[in-house]
Ligand binder design. Structure first.
Ligand code: MG
Length: 449
């Protein structure tokens, strides 16, 4: 097996340890050798953004690429530019929701989607073999700024929602940008939509002084409290690079990403009078329930947003997304889009009513999470045995093994980074979810004896 450079979300590392300037220079050379032509580059707001962008850009230029510097932007804004500008691809300097000492490099394909694994492997091969094409002095690339991308991105989002309905509803919204890349777009986008915005952490600061940039309930306590104190209609929070959006309802309650995914899925399927929604096998059944209730279909994929996006393209899905708040709107673009998600939820609240009432109509499920140690070398064989053990049940092997019991389901997935299985169970009642987990844990223990 060849060594890997790209993980599920690009290359990540601690700045000036594994993620240092000379490493970024070589990665830039490898990407430039592979892509050629013109390549767009953007960053989130981390303290190391300029250092890593400069190094990647130097590598790109050494291999003859003309670099278009888009500045600080959400990842989906870079993707929007790449899709519409005819460049060969994009490079995003971001570590998304990771702590501030991290940064990362992520490749965007020419069509604006996250780069598929087979293309990343080609870049990895160039990197590890050091087979860079470094051009002669006459043919090295140059770099120049591109202005106005944030505005063009926001304008496109506005065209894909009912902007009149949003503006007429005179909504009050509390926006938390986590001091991240959303600061470049979301405050203006919401104001443009006629919403009154109270903003938190909406200045770019690479140390994330407000709270860590992962939009968890714990990190969004100030947002929830501000929604409550101001009587706002909605709280909106982005992760560090704004490809994801998480909400707080009008009562100040944190809303889990599977439930906001269900609300948007239901709205879109209802609007379209049917259609297919794509989501990973790990997503709560509440999404399938509401989609089917509206006459739609659900298709499950492996975990990972590029897989969801590509399945959506393949089957012409009306909507797709992950339960972490990464939602994909095909009429806009085939990638997770935090700005589009915020605008769509505003449309839904404006046309269907308060988020707390919308949530009442989404079935509630209970989760049971556990993990079990398993040596890396045995994972595959153990999963194959699990399938045999539960041959009488409905079993889905799209990603790991998902066993449907009468009262709920359990998903057993091997961790990509640790010698463990993650075991998630879901059912309408907590005892039932625990029973599902117990069945699977017992089976795994027997197999691993
Ligand atoms: Mg992100």
């Amino acid at each position: 097996m060849t060594a890997r450079l790209f993980g599920t979300n690009g290359i990540r590392g601690v700045v000036n340890q594994e993620m240092n300037a000379s490493f970024a220079l070589d990665v830039g050379s490898a990407i430039g050798t592979y892509m050629g032509g013109k390549v767009a580059v953007a960053t989130d707001c981390r303290t190391s953004a300029d250092m890593l962008k400069s190094a990647v850009a130097a590598g790109l230029m050494a291999s003859g690429v003309s670099v278009l510097d888009l500045g600080m932007l959400p990842t989906p804004a870079l993707q929007f530019y790449v899709k519409n500008s005819g460049v060969k691809g994009g490079v995003m300097i971001t570590a998304s929701h990771n702590p501030p000492e991290f940064n990362g490099i992520k490749c965007i394909d020419y069509d604006g989607t996250e780069m598929p694994r087979e293309k990343e492997e080609k870049i990895e091969a160039i990197f590890f073999n050091k087979s860079f094409i470094h051009k002669s002095w006459k043919s090295v690339g140059s770099i120049g700024p591109v202005e106005g991308v944030a505005r063009a991105y926001s304008t496109a989002i506005k065209q894909h929602v009912d902007a009149n309905a949003i503006s007429n509803a005179k909504l009050n919204v509390v926006l938390d940008c986590a001091n991240g890349a959303a600061t470049a777009t979301s405050p203006d986008l919401l104001a443009d939509l006629g919403v009154r915005v109270i903003s938190l952490n909406s200045n770019p600061q690479g140390t994330f002084p407000g709270h860590p940039s992962e939009p968890t309930a714990d990190n969004l306590k100030d947002l929830a409290a501000t929604v409550k104190a101001t009587g706002a209609d909605l709280g909106i929070a982005h992760d560090g690079d704004a490809d994801r959006t998480i909400f707080v309802d009008n009562k100040g309650n944190f809303v889990f990403g599977d439930r906001s995914l269900a609300i948007v899925a239901r709205h879109i399927v209802r609007q379209k009078g049917g259609g297919t929604v794509v989501t990973p096998v790990s997503t709560s059944s509440c999404v399938e329930d509401v989609v089917k209730e509206e006459g739609g279909e659900i298709v499950y994929t492996r975990v990972g947003s590029p897989v969801v996006a590509r399945k959506m393209i393949e089957i012409g899905a009306v909507f797709g997304g992950e339960e972490n708040g990464g939602l994909i709107f095909p009429e806009h673009q085939y990638c997770r889009d935090g700005g589009m998600t915020a605008a769509k939820m505003l449309e839904i609240v404006a046309t269907e009513g308060p988020m707390s009432s919308l949530l009442e109509k989404v079935p509630e499920y209970c989760l049971d999470k556990r993990k079990m140690e398993c040596p890396e070398t045995r994972k595959e064989e153990v999963l194959a045995r699990v399938v045999e053990v539960f041959a009488k049940e409905r079993v889905d092997t799209t990603d790991g093994v998902k066993v449907y019991f009468g009262e709920g389901w359990t998903l057993i997935r091997p961790s990509g980074t640790e010698p463990i299985f993650r075991i998630f169970s879901e059912a309408k009642r907590v005892e039932a979810a625990k029973r599902c987990g117990d069945h699977c844990e017992k089976a795994l223990r027997e197999i691993l004896k």
